[in-house]
Write a new protein. Structure first.
Length: 488
């Protein structure tokens, strides 16, 4: 898939949406609603798993519950492989996005209507598969709106990222309110309604997307279809056998996702680097992504603990009482999106004003990872004891989370489209998301070691490791820039 400059009727650059192409508004909207449903559900998922039956939950122990959430989060990003493959080889990015969003909605419906662990299993599998398709292809579609070298690209991704966080802000507030007042399944049902609204909005505006988004860049030959169907059947049979033998269960799901993601990542890098379809410049750019892939995985292994460690921390350590009213646990998940909404336009304006003088992407990745490690160190001076931490203190820590995220996440989305080889455009986006899959699954695994009664070593070690990784990347900026071959 190639990128193309978007022009208005006069032949000038389309700047109708805050200086960006008009189709960005539709992608902004569908991603906002998809994130509303995704984060609304995820805001109450962990507590649904470990709350007692008397409180409406399933009563699973916390270590297992955090592992499930981490494995599910990793599976979402792991599923971008399938979404990207369908886009590049079967039906194109635009159609894949639409059908994937339908699967997401069905997953939320399952969580809302199917009781107990059966609903969790069916719902999380469907949401993971669908979200993987939405994520890879929404990012690819945004990239298709810009020509190579268009300096609006990073700013456009920052605006797109703001749409994500509007949904991420409102979702936990509303689903959390429904969970507190009507029960968990009402909260899950509201997430399904949000995804339905997103589908309606996307259907209205999807025709305005560039024709290139409906093209299949590397069509699957008829002779290959049987082979791929056979591989899918074999994979499903293998998973079924592992579950039946007891080798794969709720307690070790995050480990399985980690190792599958590592294997898939290595396979993807080898596929691209050995492909005869790549030019020398494209191959060099893929190599440049290796250190940033590793750094990104480290960053997300800390950041995604918002949905594991920070949720438990908010439930047990933070004073959420306001004049006798206790704020729902899930509402803490809306603090970070508030900061994103406020600061994303600032970052977009700064990058736009700096133009070619803005820091290179490896520098942004290094700074973001150092800030993320520093955020974990900020937990150390917090008071100990149950419900003793001031909510504003936690908000201050989450502000540093946000600054770190804005340095690394929107530029990372943009980078994957800039470094992508022509024959692997959407699959390069999937490779970027594999680094997030690895980090997210690791966040669930790491969270199993978190103990609210003895947390100093946990925050100290993880924070210092992240800072060290960020510093190493900053020291390697020059050779990475050479490999990027002109990409900033």
């Amino acid at each position: 898939m190639t990128t193309s400059t978007q022009h208005g009727p006069t032949g000038e650059l389309d700047r109708g949406f805050f200086g960006q192409p008009w189709p960005l508004a539709n992608l902004f909207g569908v991603e906002m609603w998809e994130r509303f449903s995704f984060y609304g559900m995820q805001g109450i998922l962990l507590i649904y798993l470990y709350y007692s039956a008397g409180d409406g939950g399933l009563g699973i122990d916390k270590a297992t519950a955090t592992g499930i959430v981490g494995a599910y989060g990793g599976a979402v990003y792991l599923a971008t492989i399938l979404g990207a493959w369908l886009a590049d080889r079967v039906i194109g990015a635009e159609r894949t996005l639409f059908y994937a969003a339908c699967v997401v909605m069905l997953g939320h419906v399952s969580l809302a209507l199917v009781p107990d662990l059966a609903g969790v299993g069916i719902g999380l599998v469907l949401i993971a598969l669908g979200s993987g398709g939405v994520k890879a292809n929404a990012t690819s579609l945004v990239g298709s709106l810009y020509a190579e070298g268009d300096e609006r690209r990073d700013a456009g991704f920052s605006l797109f990222y703001m749409g994500i966080n509007i949904g991420a802000f409102v979702g936990p507030l509303l689903t959390g309110w429904f969970q507190e007042n009507q029960g968990f399944h009402w909260g899950f049902g509201l997430a399904a309604i949000g995804m339905f609204l997103g589908l309606v909005q996307y259907s209205i505006g999807r025709r305005r997307l560039p024709d290139s988004t409906r093209v299949v860049p590397n069509p699957l030959a008829p002779a290959e279809r049987i082979r791929y169907v056979g591989a899918l059947v074999a994979f499903l049979a293998a998973v079924g056998a592992l579950v039946a033998l007891g080798w794969m269960d709720a307690g070790n799901l995050s480990d399985w996702v980690i190792w599958i993601t590592v294997a898939a990542s290595i396979g993807y890098f080898l596929l691209m680097l050995t492909s005869s379809r790549l030019s020398a410049i494209e191959r060099s750019r893929v190599w440049s992504f290796v250190p940033m892939f590793i750094t990104n995985a480290v960053f997300w292994s800390l950041y995604q603990q918002q949905f594991t460690v920070v949720t438990i921390y908010s439930d047990e350590r933070v004073d959420r009482d306001f004049l006798g009213w206790e704020m729902p646990v899930s509402w803490v998940q809306s603090i970070n999106p508030v900061f994103i909404i406020a600061l994303a336009p600032v970052f977009a304006a700064v990058w736009t004003s700096l133009g070619p003088r803005q820091p290179s992407t490896p520098v942004k990745f290094g700074v973001g990872t150092v800030l993320m490690g520093a955020a974990f160190l900020l937990f150390l001076p917090m008071p100990t004891g149950e419900n003793t931490v001031n909510l504003w203190a936690l908000a201050g820590v989450l502000l540093v989370f946000t600054l770190a995220e804005l340095f690394i996440s929107p530029p990372g989305l943009s980078l994957s489209t800039k470094l992508a080889p022509a024959s692997y455009h959407t699959q390069m986006v999937a490779l970027y998301f594999l680094s997030i899959a690895l980090g997210t699954a690791m966040s669930g695994r790491l969270a199993e070691y978190y103990d609210p009664d003895d947390e100093t070593g946990y925050f100290l070690i993880i924070g210092l490791v992240a800072i060290a990784v960020g510093v190493v990347l900053l020291l390697c900026v020059r050779p990475i820039r050479r490999l990027m071959a002109g990409v900033h």
